[in-house]
Design a protein around this ligand. Sequence first.
Ligand SMILES: [Zn+2]
Length: 430
Amino acid sequence: MKPLHHYYRVLLNELHFKRNYNYYMQSQFFDKKKLQSIQTDKLKHILYQAVHHVPYYHHLKSKIDFNKFSQNELNKFPVVDKELIRNNLDMFISDKINKKYSQWSHTSGSSGKPFHFILPFYSDSFENIMSARAWSMGLNYQYKPNDPIISLRSYAPKQGEPLLRRRKNIWYLSAFDINENNLEFYQKTIQESGAKIIRGYASSIYIFSLLLKEKQVHLDTIKTVVTSSESFLPKYREAIEEHWGFKVLDWYGQNERSVTVQQCSFGNYHNNDEYGIVELDENSQILATSLNNDVMPLIRYATSDIAIKLEHNIGACECKRGLSIPFKGIDGRSDDILLKDDSTKIPTANIYTAMQVFEKIKQFKITQNTDKSLRIELVEHSPIIQSELDEIRVALSYRVGDLPMTFQIVPEIIRSQKTGKIKAIESFIK
Ligand SMILES: [Zn+2]
């Protein structure tokens, strides 16, 4: 049973969605000047709240010009990253809010290290509006709230549980059982749902598209494919678009909900300008400023996600949206795909979800050997006991099946010498 304030927030967020959805469906087509002025007003509010109510930013109070405010004032703020916020959490939280009743969330991130943060009261509504808007950007079909939708994302049925779970208009199909034996069931479900849209992790959609292609199955009722949460490897995109015959709409965001960016049907990545501001640093890392979070403002927040720079500025997009185009694509994280015991491919984002719930894990790395066995290295926050290791083993086996696993507690996960990145998931099966 969740506390009462949770249901209160859910209810008010639903009302907020109903009240604001139409406006945001229109505002995406506002001209650039109008969108920029909306953005400037929202930024002014966030920065004002930050310097007056967030301890870390107090020292900037006298330096920010709120009278002649422009977006340039943002440059006076330092770039902040997860490590800094994690180590000084209270300094980043507004003195106006009650932490106990706030909506806390966290992410395990691609480095496998958890990061905790507070979301603003209407975060769920904004997120749902932005998602609905993103899903409506297809050429031959425009998603509307409550339309049926197939999700090939994070549903991981336990032993004996069905491959399908329905919640409201969403039909969740297991992303862990995309194989020949289940193809007929997946096909039947998609038909029955009446959905014209499939959403999933880039890798799960990729795996599904490969299977459909191999079996020469065409699902003509599907008009929009939306991918998210993982780096979109060029080989994924090629295979997916070749099979479906239309452009995939890729979506970028983070659990921190600082900025969200999505592709329209003409292939351009549009920033949701009313939601956040995107900057790129000298390494093309995405620096995000949330325009909705005034309780734990994320200002010039280093996301660790790497964008692909635009070769030239794109003036107006054929889709006629005024939303800006901040980059060409996401270079993202290049994690490998794990194979299940029966050789079904498992989307990596699902492994992150599984590991996220174990609070004692500071960082992890999962390596799959050529015989499919897994080596799991864990860095501890506090000592992990045997029974907890067993729980982690069970959580992973829901996803990868019955594979031999060895666990090792290590002081740190070694970064790649070549890229400096930590690959949280790596496979030696080529
Ligand atoms: Zn466009």
